[in-house]
Write a protein that binds this ligand. Structure first.
Ligand SMILES: [Zn+2]
Length: 145
């Protein structure tokens, strides 16, 4: 498990916001989503891996979130993905937007679950594809995606 992307969230800790300082360990997991509670070895504070990320403000379970991205990455459109998992198109679009907004968190999530390989080219390509598609339809004056 790679914790290099996490940093201590305690503002008075000497290692606050430092990534790759090897001070972060897994403390425990909690809740329905088995969210990781991390501990900073420097100051002893614990904090949730979700802290500071808008990505996880979601009622979907993580397996479903993973499936949404898997589906999009294998080339299914928003409509097809929504239909396959019985979601609204807006929900699928929301996860695309989140991948744009909180790119690193989404990338970490997908890498940890083995959805994408180590590089980030697959996710970048996906986002490029949808942003250029949206621009194209904006130019054509189409309201719906
Ligand atoms: Zn700390």
């Amino acid at each position: 498990m790679n914790l290099d992307n996490f940093s201590c969230q305690n503002p008075s800790c000497p290692d606050h916001n430092k990534t790759g300082a090897a001070n972060i360990n897994l403390y425990t997991r909690y809740g329905r989503k088995q969210v990781r509670l991390l501990i900073c070895k420097t100051c002893g504070r614990t904090f949730s891996e979700l802290k500071g990320t808008p990505f996880w403000d979601s009622r979907l379970d993580w397996d479903t979130i993973e499936k949404i991205y898997r589906s999009l990455l294998k080339g299914s459109g928003i409509r097809a993905t929504a239909r396959e998992f019985n979601l609204s198109k807006n929900t699928v679009k929301r996860y695309l937007r989140l991948a744009n907004k909180d790119y690193q968190t989404v990338l970490n999530f997908l890498q940890e679950r083995g959805v994408v390989s180590n590089g980030d080219s697959q996710l970048r390509e996906l986002l490029n594809q949808f942003s250029s598609r949206r621009q194209a339809s904006d130019r054509a004056g189409m309201a719906a995606v």
